[in-house]
Design a protein around this ligand. Structure first.
Ligand SMILES: NC(=O)c1ccc[n+]([C@@H]2O[C@H](COP(=O)([O-])OP(=O)(O)OC[C@H]3O[C@@H](n4cnc5c(N)ncnc54)[C@H](O)[C@@H]3O)[C@@H](O)[C@H]2O)c1
Ligand SMILES: O=C(O)CC[C@@H](O)C(=O)O
Length: 390
């Protein structure tokens, strides 16, 4: 088996090294079996039905058309938590940068000259008094991989933390210690926080989560941080809230022409996950997840398919992507029975409109396998059938 992988964006070489050259070709065809991407806008990038899977090295998947991918039978993966520490560390830095005049003091100190620089420094430093984070309240919206780490770090710096995440996973709830209270409503967080930091995915539901109404509820003079995505915070509403003094500063990873040259907006160029460690971790995780799927059919860390794992112990594995409708298992196994193929092991899982079935069987002659695959694909609700040799 030789498979083709196509990459978009800069993928760390450590990730590409996960693909053995004897089995995989990288960027050698326009009809790849799988894609390995970062922020490439796949809504605007054509990917054909040859693409079995797309792995996103990173957390956000709003750059991938998930509904279209599911209906093509394309499994989409991300790398949960791979860059969460990088974002957390940047948030800690941005909280301090927003709170103390670090850049202006450095710029001033650089301009000094003469033999008495140290004296001038001591004299001038009073212009650069900041405040401390300790004792202030921070609202953390979204308590997943990033938000739960930010909440912990803020608490460790002596901040009062209020979390808000109505959909928190059991795993992340466990990670969050009991000393971090959780609010039942967004307004509660906005009302009482000196800093509000947002760590949620961009989805239709989260579009414009923070707009004029929410910015009216926010504590006067608060600092708002958005290291999640464009579109979650309404830019016009932010500009208005800065102009009328409702918020003191907006700190974001997502640039806009509306923010250029504003002293009360700090923009970083989407570098939340841009550390060597996070890029290596994300690329390796994405590549390993792709290999697992391509070679065994097992699915982990998918954002549009169920998690499905079964030990690959037989000579042949059939994987079927199909619509999630009643009696599919019955129809599939009937065809196997008609073809006189005995099932060694089988698993079926579903997620929303899509379902996935893996069936392990003993070796089958090539012609018989071809007929079996054709018969399975002829079931109208079946989208894709693969046969994997162990
Ligand atoms: N700036 C960057 O470079 C960078 C890096 C990593 C992640 N991100 C962004 O941050 C997002 C979060 O990353 P993560 O790794 O923590 O993801 P995650 O999936 O681990 O956590 C997201 C959390 O947000 C919660 N949530 C969803 N909608 C919510 C809402 N309306 N209110 C409150 N909580 C809500 C979910 O329940 C989940 O717990 C990503 O989707 C991505 O868009 C940006
Ligand atoms: O690939 C990147 O650098 C961005 C990553 C980040 O936005 C994410 O969603 O994980």
């Amino acid at each position: 088996m030789t498979m083709d992988i196509k990459t978009y964006n800069m993928i760390a070489p450590e990730g590409l090294a996960v693909f053995p050259p004897a089995m995989y070709r990288i960027n050698q065809t326009d009809k790849p079996d799988a894609l390995l991407i970062r922020s490439q806008d796949m809504h605007k990038t054509h990917f054909g039905t040859s693409v079995l899977a797309i792995a996103r090295a990173g957390a956000g998947v709003n750059n991938i058309p998930l509904v279209e991918a599911s209906s093509n039978g394309t499994v989409v993966f991300n790398t949960p938590g791979s860059n969460a520490n990088a974002v957390k560390e940047l948030i800690v830095a941005m909280l301090v940068i927003a709170t103390r005049p670090i850049f202006s003091s450095i710029t001033w100190a650089r301009k000094l000259n003469g033999a008495d620089v140290s004296l001038q420094t001591e004299k001038g430093k009073n212009h650069f008094a900041g405040t401390e984070l300790k004792g202030k309240t921070i609202g953390v919206i979204g308590l997943g991989a990033v938000g739960s780490r930010v909440a912990r770090a803020a608490a460790d710096m002596g901040m009062h933390v209020i979390g808000y995440d109505p959909y928190i996973s059991v795993e992340h709830a466990w990670r969050l210690s009991n000393d971090i209270p959780r609010a039942g409503e967004l307004a509660e967080v906005l009302r009482s926080s000196d800093y509000v930091t947002i760590h949620i995915p961009y989805t239709e539901k989260n579009k414009d989560l923070i707009t004029a109404k929410e910015l009216q509820q926010i504590k006067k003079g608060a600092i708002l941080l958005n290291y999640s995505r464009w579109g979650i915070v309404n830019e016009d509403a932010v500009v208005a809230a800065l102009d009328n003094g409702q918020i003191k500063q907006y700190v974001t990873d997502f640039s806009s022409s509306k923010f250029i040259k504003r002293d009360d907006v700090i923009v970083t160029p989407h570098i939340g996950g841009t550390t060597i460690e996070a890029e290596v971790c994300g690329a390796k995780m994405a590549a390993q997840t792709l290999r697992k799927y391509l070679e065994t059919g097992n699915i982990v860390n998918s954002v549009n398919f169920p998690t499905v794992e079964m030990e690959f112990a037989s000579a042949l594995r059939l994987t079927l992507i199909h619509r999630n409708v009643p009696n599919m298992v019955g129809r599939i196994t009937t065809i196997l029975a008609q073809e006189e193929v005995n099932i060694d092991n089988m698993i079926n899982r579903s997620r929303d409109q899509i379902a996935y079935t893996m069936i392990d069987v003993a070796a089958i002659p090539a012609e018989k396998l071809k007929n079996l695959q054709a018969a399975l694909l002829a079931i109208p609700e079946v989208i894709r059938v693969r046969a994997l040799q162990k």
